[in-house]
Design a binder for this molecule. Structure first.
Ligand code: SF4
Length: 132
């Protein structure tokens, strides 16, 4: 079963083909494809997307020294907004349906300072959410 952490349950909806490297991008595409057809297990900490990230070291994000704590805080916020908790099983479509209702709060809190903002802005859904 595909595992996804909190912030991936939101941010992956806006994937536009960009990522850290080829392996990571391929895994993102595969993860999204699987999410559309499989049940998803919500997890706390690293998930199937993190598994192919070169910054993951011993279950921690080592992108920079504060990254792991910051990302875990994002996960907690994402799960609260989506009304989910680790251990639950969800369908991608059910998560997607909750995005319009939570997008503005998420965007106001995280998107302006995010390294991936320019990539997300290439996504039709992201632009649509911003205009709502
Ligand atoms: S800009 Fe960053 S925080 Fe906002 S949806 Fe995209 S990846 Fe997530």
């Amino acid at each position: 079963m595909l595992t996804l952490r909190g912030h991936h349950l939101i941010c992956l909806h806006f994937f536009s083909g960009e990522g850290y490297d080829v392996l990571f991008i391929e895994n993102l595409r595969d993860g999204i494809k699987r999410a559309e057809s499989e049940e998803i297990e919500v997890v706390s900490g690293d998930d199937n997307i993190c598994a192919k990230c070169s910054y993951l070291k011993g279950h921690k994000c080592m992108h920079d020294e504060k990254a792991d704590g910051e990302i875990r805080e994002m996960d907690d916020t994402a799960l609260k907004l989506l009304n989910l908790s680790a251990g639950q099983r969800v369908k991608w479509q059910a998560v997607k349906e909750r995005i319009p209702g939570i997008f503005h709060e998420w965007h106001n809190k995280y998107c302006d300072d995010c390294d991936w903002k320019q990539a997300c802005e290439k996504s039709d859904l992201y632009r649509e959410m911003k205009m709502r």
